[in-house]
Design a protein around this ligand. Structure first.
Ligand code: LIP
Length: 301
């Protein structure tokens, strides 16, 4: 077996350890930065931001990964081209700064999200918030951990069954698509999830918008958030967090009703935390799907 993919099976432990090393180095760039809200560049609109630090971190990470693993593919948020979609090939899937809006406002909830997928299945994941120094990581089949040693979910055997939306804390995100069908679906569903039961709502405990898909998935993996529902993310937002969540006993399905197999590049996701024997996982997914007001459509946007 070789580590660099020239022959044989990828050495997942070696990849995991290298990704942690890269995330730590990237963290130093990010915490040493002084982004200016008023001079930041935007991409498709004023809430879709990119900074020189996103570009510098992606450049460092892609250079290192291409040099060490020249036979694996690379997909990164800042260099992505729709003409090179995700394939079955072993692929590093990287978001240099997930939570860029938080980063430019110095709101300390951003991370480096480094994933590795084989046959489109998230296989290694490393998510590192350099402001809180919390590191989440997992290798498929080998469990998920916080700061390398604390097994996820954090409550371990004491993790509670899911009792439905009425006692759930849910992560949702506003995203940067602020018009049309996808926006309407989000906003109307937020209202429905929050509204009291007498009026047909789910009256969830509450909703949180923390601004980073990868950290949301890690919060669900840790068990401190029960569900995370979003449309509009990309594979680099979710690849690393996906394997961390599923290794922690969580599930991830389609953000639209009915499809129990979430797609890595599907752009709409519903994640649910671990429960003893999976108690209540499927039921709460169906309950959320049942409360959706409309559906997402990212096929043409
Ligand atoms: C962002 C996500 C955020 C989501 C945005 C965007 P970025 O990633 O993590 O949760 O709502 O649509 O994808 O742009 O900060 O890397």
């Amino acid at each position: 077996m070789t580590a660099n993919g020239i022959n044989g099976t990828p050495d997942l432990q070696e990849i995991h350890d290298f990704l942690i090393d890269l995330a730590t180095r990237a963290g130093e760039i990010i915490t040493g930065a002084k982004p200016l809200v008023n001079s930041v560049d935007s991409k498709k609109n004023t809430s879709d931001l990119v900074t020189e630090y996103d570009r510098a971190v992606e450049s460092m990470i892609s250079t290192e990964l291409r040099s060490r693993y020249p036979h694996y593919e690379f997909m990164g948020e800042e260099t992505y081209s729709p003409s090179k979609p995700l394939t079955n090939a072993p692929t590093f899937i990287v978001d240099p700064i997930d939570g860029t809006v938080n980063f430019v406002h110095s709101f300390p909830n951003s991370c480096i999200s480094l994933g590795f997928a084989i046959n489109r299945r998230p296989t290694v994941g490393v998510v590192y918030n350099p402001f809180t120094k919390l590191l989440y990581s997992a290798i498929a089949g080998r469990g998920a951990y916080r700061n390398r040693t604390e097994k996820l979910p954090l409550k371990g055997d004491a993790v509670e069954p899911l009792k439905g939306l009425g006692s759930a804390l849910i992560a949702v995100e506003w995203g940067s698509d602020r018009h049309g069908q996808n926006w309407d679906t989000k906003i109307r569903t937020f209202e429905q999830l929050g509204k009291r039961r007498e009026e047909g709502g789910a009256m969830v405990h509450s909703m949180r918008s923390m601004g980073s898909a990868a950290l949301n998935l890690c919060a669900v993996a840790a068990g401190v958030i029960d569900l995370y529902w979003e449309g509009g993310c990309w594979a680099w937002d979710v690849c690393a967090g996906w394997v961390i969540l599923t290794e922690a006993g969580g599930m991830i399905v389609d953000g639209n009703p009915g499809n129990w197999e979430g797609q890595l590049d599907g752009r709409q996701y519903l994640a649910v935390r671990a429960a003893p024997g999976g108690q209540g996982q499927k039921e709460i997914i169906q309950e959320l799907w049942g409360h959706m007001q409309g559906t997402f459509d990212y096929t043409t946007k």
